[in-house]
Design a binder for this molecule. Structure first.
Ligand code: CA
Ligand code: CA
Ligand code: CA
Ligand code: CA
Length: 439
């Protein structure tokens, strides 16, 4: 047994970091004529003064393993060396190289035509010993566990959080605002959350219903947590609407339900003010096993209007891009322009090589760059890779400490890290690299 080498503890670095460049492309993309350039000359001068030359965002791909052991992945500092490490399935991979792996539990390699028992993972120091532990959501409808970091190369101790977590996009987030995360999912037909006794997180966690009983089951798709109405409290979303977190949670009051049509059930539902009008909007995959990506623009009266980003037909996208099965989503400001972009991709072989639309098309990974112009809001699809895709969870965060967001994927093609890189280019090179409108 050997102990992980310790130095400079650095806990809980999971916030997505904003980049700090590409000011130039953000306004350059808006300028298509000299008249426009002249009209914004004062801003242009400021932009030139503030910004470096334009940069292209690319990602260096690392395939940590081709073996299918999970459909989620995340990161934490598991050996307390100040470097972020990757975890997916039974192994964590030591940063910054991710070439050495260490076991958490006994590994099972699955046939990609079947399913793993590890769908999502989150890193958190559950027992406050300064070692990040790992929370694992198993197969939909099965248990949620936390694995206690052994601090050695010995297997970690397994603890129960919840016997049943229904829904295919359950999550781990501080929804109540007490500074500690909860498990949010559905269970036995109710939406709710599980809370630890943080003085002893190995004790059974307490489940709280927040809804009336519904028809939700273990394979129900689509779930999100975000502040839909902007009152500072996080609400819960599913495809049929959202539940408003009340001012007080004591006594488990039923949350007020607001009906809305957010598609037929996607993945992680994201809440963000896409158009910058002060009202939060909703971004979601329209169907986890079929087609579609949209944002739902919140109106002044609280209703939502669907704005399609990508659909079933190539003509649905202004850039002619289409792919199926967006079963994992995340928000991150990939290009550092201050606007949160979307990271998603195609789930590879969700139901094997013959199930669902186009299971054998390239397993792509994309970021969709949010762009606001005088003409409105749109997303520019930027391809990252075409031989990885997603599973049921992807994580975006700064793995290597350069303050630029990296991407981690675990799925039936294995475990992947995509390290963010920037390449200074000329305006002409930058323009040539941009997806072209097909309209
Ligand atoms: Ca580390
Ligand atoms: Ca709220
Ligand atoms: Ca808005
Ligand atoms: Ca951005």
């Amino acid at each position: 047994m050997c102990q992980y080498k310790l130095s400079s503890p650095k806990d809980g670095m999971h916030s997505v970091m904003n980049g700090r460049w590409t000011l130039v492309p953000s306004w350059h993309s808006r300028l298509t004529s000299m008249s426009k350039i002249l009209a914004v000359l004062p801003c242009l001068v400021i932009g030139v003064l503030q910004a470096a030359d334009p940069s292209l965002t690319t990602f260096a791909k690392q395939h940590l393993t081709p073996q299918f052991m999970s459909e989620g992945a995340t990161f934490g500092d598991f050996n307390r060396d100040g470097k972020q490490d990757v975890v997916s399935g039974p192994f964590w991979y030591a940063g910054p190289t991710f070439t050495d792996k260490f076991p958490i539990y006994s590994a099972i390699v699955y046939d990609p035509k079947n399913y793993s028992a590890n769908f999502l993972a989150f890193a958190y120091d559950v027992n406050h010993d300064h070692f990040d532990d790992v929370v694992v959501f198993g197969f939909p409808g099965k248990e949620v566990l936390w694995y206690q970091n052994s601090g050695t190369d010995q297997l970690w101790t397994k603890h129960a959080i919840l016997d049943i977590a229904d829904n295919e996009s359950p999550t781990w987030i501080d929804m109540t605002g007490d500074g500690k995360p909860e498990v949010v999912c559905t269970r036995r037909g109710y939406i709710g959350y599980a809370q630890a006794d943080w003085d002893n997180p190995t004790k059974p966690w307490t489940w709280h219903n927040i809804s009336a009983k519904g028809g939700w089951h273990k394979f129900t798709h689509g779930l999100g947590v975000g502040d839909v109405n902007g009152d500072g409290r996080l609400d819960i979303l599913m495809r049929e609407g959202w539940w408003e977190q009340p001012t007080m949670l004591a006594g488990d009051p039923e949350w007020v339900f607001h009906t809305s049509d957010f598609g037929s059930g996607g993945a992680q539902m994201l809440v963000y003010d896409v158009d910058g009008d002060g009202r939060n909007d909703v971004i979601t995959s329209l169907s986890a096993h079929e087609w579609g990506l949209a944002w739902y623009q919140q109106q002044a009266n609280g209703s939502f209007v669907r704005q399609l980003i990508m659909g079933k037909e190539k003509t649905d996208s202004p850039y002619g891009v289409r792919f199926s099965q967006l079963h994992a989503m995340a928000l991150s400001d990939i290009d550092g322009d201050g606007l949160q972009d979307i990271v998603t991709g195609k789930r590879y072989w969700a139901h094997g090589p013959k199930g669902d639309p186009e299971p054998n098309e390239p397993a792509v990974l994309y970021w969709f760059r949010l762009t606001r112009t005088a003409a409105g809001v749109h997303y520019v699809p930027m391809k990252i890779d075409d031989d990885s895709g997603v599973g049921t969870q992807l994580t975006v965060g700064d793995l290597n400490g350069d303050k630029r967001p990296d991407i981690i994927v675990g799925n039936k093609k294995g475990t992947f890290v995509f390290l963010h890189q920037t390449k200074p280019v000329s305006f002409a090179e930058w323009e040539a690299a941009q997806p072209k409108s097909t309209r």
